[in-house]
Structures are given as structure tokens and as C-alpha cells.
Write a protein that binds this ligand. Structure first.
Ligand SMILES: [Zn+2]
Length: 113
């Protein structure tokens, strides 16, 4: 699964940062997921639980914030909010779209108690 690989990478990232910043305890990890990233927040949370199970990070709260992505229609130049499951121009119904924002997946915050 796509999300599993992402969580593996996130786990490594969190560990690296914890090491560099000498954090001994982490209470929450927040990630930002764009609506056009192809990542399902629910799956991401499930995978986080799976990859951290039995590790020092298993009790860390995992928060996913969704960012509304935008796309531009190549036919009529309309810019509109877009989700991965709703990829049609609301103006002309065209399907030739260019994503402008919303493809990001970033580690936003590591909260310490
Ligand atoms: Zn259009």
C-alpha cells in the first residue's frame, strides 16, 4: 500500500528530527496532506499505527490535516478547488486539468509534552 511506504518514511523523519533536536518525548505528530496527493488520511492514520506498533512512538498521537488543493482547467483557464475524486472543471466540464496546489504531503509539526 502507498500509505505504508509514506508512514515508513515519516517514521524515519520523526526519528531523525528527534535525534537531532534531542527530543526524549513526543506527544503528537502532525502531517499536512493535500487533497490531490492521492493519500487517504484515514489509511495514513491506520498505517502510522501499524508502523509504530511496538516502537517508542506507538503512543504518539497522529494528526492529519487536509489541505484543499486547487487545479486549473486547460480549456477555459478556470481555477477551482479540486479533490482527487472530483476532477472536472466546474465551469466547462473539461477534464484536462493542471494541479496547482494540493499535491503536498508534509511533516508539519512535532509536538513535545
Ligand atoms: Zn474549464
Amino acid at each position: 500500500m502507498h500509505e505504508l511506504g509514506i508512514c515508513d518514511a515519516l517514521l524515519k523523519m520523526v526519528r531523525n528530527i528527534a535525534k537531532e533536536e534531542e527530543l526524549t518525548e513526543i506527544s503528537r505528530v502532525t502531517v499536512e496532506v493535500g487533497s490531490l496527493s492521492g493519500v487517504v488520511p484515514k489509511y495514513l492514520s491506520d498505517c502510522w499505527v501499524a508502523v509504530t506498533d511496538g516502537t517508542e512512538l506507538q503512543d504518539v498521537e497522529f494528526a492529519v490535516e487536509e489541505l484543499q488543493g486547487t487545479a486549473q482547467c486547460m480549456d477555459c483557464d478556470e481555477v477551482f478547488p479540486a479533490d482527487a475524486d472530483r476532477l472536472r472543471c466546474p465551469n466547462c466540464g473539461g477534464a484536462k486539468l493542471m494541479p496547482l496546489t494540493g499535491r503536498e504531503l508534509t511533516l508539519k509539526e512535532i509536538l513535545v509534552p
